[in-house]
Design a protein. Structure first.
Length: 323
């Protein structure tokens, strides 16, 4: 297939591109390099430096590329920031994405894969969280993802756009073969922050609360390896190539780890104690987020293979380890 990967130079996007290339697909990366990085561009993929905010750049690319499918991963993703700068999140994640969807429809590309998030659910009312769980995002970021899914349902009906929306739980780790080296700048997530403390790039870190209703008091999350996430995108393309679409599914393992379990596994991997202290809760953090991913298993024939805690931490450490 001939695939346009929007946001293909980013952390998850570069792993998606890698999987597509490995499976013999032809790939064009469209990225404004705001958080994506040149070091994440693979020579086998064509690269267009462009921005979804500019319809003419989308038209130029989609008009000449003869694409079978578009994968859209270009978005702002810091849930906390989205509560402070909702306008920026509305512009990029909603208006920008709509511009892209409109251009995709205009140029007759019939298949669209969207990066969605567990943030669409908000505070869980039951665990594990399946796709029938109520949709009550507690941050603006989750709202933008949910709105896009609703637009996609309408465009599927009105413009015949097949889509698959993938609700990622906590993406983590790095390519198991070490082919992606671009580290995220100013990361906001637990594992990269722990890695920066491990390398000394950051002096210390805070565990956000140890008084949650969980066995060790710290929050539990469902960490999914980025290679496992990437494979789901390729499978979503295969699903749509078989004439199917309109699928929204979770991507997680069904197993959760607490913040302290993650930090202990990191200490084991690096062979040293990490400099962390227990601090107050971070606003908006649910105690426990674990996915039911039966739908992805059933519809996409998808299964995580690298998402055990050890592989998540070891592959992250391989990317961060100095030298
Ligand atoms: N945490 C700390 N200290 C830190 C950073 C994080 O204790 O310095 C804790 C958080 O409080 C939370 C856990 O580690 O309990 C995981 O936090 P992350 O920031 O890594 O991830 P989140 O679960 O907050 O959010 C991530 C993505 C969201 C996505 C969500 C889905 O950033 O976009 O996973 O589960 F919606």
């Amino acid at each position: 297939m001939n695939v346009l990967v929007v946001g293909g130079a980013g952390y998850i996007g570069s792993h998606v591109v890698l999987d597509l290339l490995t499976k013999g697909h032809s790939v064009t990366v469209f990225d404004n390099l705001s958080s994506g990085q040149r070091v994440n561009l693979f020579p086998e993929a064509h690269f267009v430096e462009g921005d979804i905010m500019f319809g003419n750049e989308l038209d130029d690319t989609l008009g000449t590329g003869n694409f079978d499918a578009v994968i859209h991963l270009a978005a702002l993703k810091a849930a906390g920031d989205s509560m402070v700068e909702p306008e920026r999140y509305a512009e990029h994640n909603t208006s920008g994405t709509l511009r892209l969807i409109h251009a995709v429809c205009r140029h007759g590309v019939g298949a669209f894969v969207f990066s969605s998030s567990a943030a669409v659910y908000g505070n869980p009312v039951q665990l594990p969280i399946d796709e029938a769980h109520p949709l009550e995002p507690t941050n603006f970021y989750g709202f933008t993802k949910l709105e896009t899914e609703r637009f996609l349902k309408w465009y599927s009906q009105l413009r015949n756009l097949r889509f698959v929306s993938l609700r990622y739980f906590n993406a983590a780790g790095y390519d198991v073969e070490g082919r992606v080296r671009g580290l995220e700048v100013n990361p906001k997530n637990l594992i990269p922050i722990a890695m920066e403390v491990a390398t000394g790039a950051r002096g210390e870190m805070t565990v956000f609360g140890d008084d949650y209703d969980t066995p060790d008091g710290t929050c539990i999350r469902d960490y999914i390896h980025v290679n496992d996430l990437a494979v789901a995108h390729t499978k979503a393309l295969e699903y749509m190539a078989a004439g199917k679409g309109d699928l929204i599914c979770n991507l997680g393992t069904g197993k959760g780890f607490s913040v302290l379990e993650v930090l202990r596994a990191t200490e084991d991997a690096i062979g040293e104690k990490l400099n962390y202290r227990i601090g107050p809760r971070r606003a908006g953090d649910p105690a426990n987020l674990v996915a039911a991913s039966d739908l992805a298993r059933e519809k996409l024939d998808w299964e995580p293979h690298h998402s055990d805690l050890n592989t998540l931490i070891e592959t992250a450490w391989s990317a961060y380890r100095p030298g």
